[in-house]
Design a protein around this ligand. Sequence first.
Ligand code: NZQ
Ligand code: ZN
Length: 390
Amino acid sequence: MDNFTFCTPTRYTFGRGAEDKVGEIAASLGFRHPLIVYGQGSAVRSGLLDRVVKSLQDKDIECSRLGGVKPNPEDDLVIRGIEMCRENVEIDSLLAVGGGSVIDTAKAIAAGACYDGDFWDFFCGKAKVEKALPIGVVLTIPAAGSEGSGNSVITKREGQVKISIRTDYWLRPKFALLDPELTFTLPAYQSAAGIVDMMAHIMERYFSPTEDVEVTDRLSEGLLLAIINEAPKVIARPDDYQARANIMWSGTLAHNGICGCGRAEDWSSHALEHELSALYGVTHGAGLAVVFPAWMTYMADHRPQKIAQFARRVMGVDLADDRAAALEGISRLKAFFTSIGMPVTLAQLGVSDPDIPSLVTRLHAHKGDPLGVYLPLSPSATTAIYRLML
Ligand code: NZQ
Ligand code: ZN
């Protein structure tokens, strides 16, 4: 096990009606005038936004609003939000009402508002986030885990470059309100994509070259087993409160860092997927359902040990040979993804004619060469992995 620091400063409030406490919690943490960031309409249609504003007003908290964040969020709304913070000096915090795209936009605004240069400097590696406005979250979709992570993922419209940044502290929300009932309205496809994304967040950490991390391994396997057990229930019955609750909490634990303690993390599958969502606009979790089995299939031939452990402990495979066990585990994982309505090939994802050379060139230009740590990948390896998705 490696040395590690684990910092989760976020105060989580979980359960029915959690969002109605937003005024009380924001006031207790010193939020006086948040900029509320939200998406393309679900929070307005459900009446959630009005309830959030009322709860804030009840505690004499003013607010400004910035709506219209799209999935795979782009830099234009981040720039607009930073301008709003500069024009109105009363704005002292961000409140994201939505999912990963909304939260990540709020995080980029929070960092950019405290920085004199172009916020993209953080994403292209020219500057480090060393200050940010405090961020609160009302979560409406369990998926990206941004409510507990220190990450933000933004696409620069010019050149369609999608980049993820990671901070240990500054971009972690101060509070997150998680009410499983808010997720009843999610379409099945979004629920399933969220489920794949949270599994991927665990697996990126699980498929690690670091040995002797039994506690973190067992935590990860337990979470994966719980997700696989609960997932079909939320797809079959969107208003199954207990299943929604289990999935929602899994999404947070998958990505708040606890599954990475004591080991190196890989993240190649996310890098491979971010190029797909940047170029073809696919839903992040659906893209991962195609990418992860292909990455694992490549590993079955080149470094099968941990894939075989996953196959045995999570997918219930009982085969002695590592490669055979790994391949059977991958086949069961794909069957699970298919059973919840997720694609497992690029064609099923709607990308019928992928430009693999361009994907590979962009991937290594943005994420480095070699890529990942479980088995560092050269451009010829990533080309082979994209081909396995066909
Ligand atoms: O825009 P609205 O109308 O709100 O609709 C959204 C959106 O169309 C809808 N939705 C959300 N809650 C709903 C709902 N519809 C009905 N009822 C509800 N309760 O769902 C759609 C998807 O929302 P989005 O925020 O895009 O989903 P998600 O949470 O999956 O976020 C995806 C983004 O997060 C990034 C991804 O790359 C992608 O850009 N990620 C962020 C991470 C992080 N910050 O730590 C880590 C992840 O690996 C990921 O890369
Ligand atoms: Zn993800």
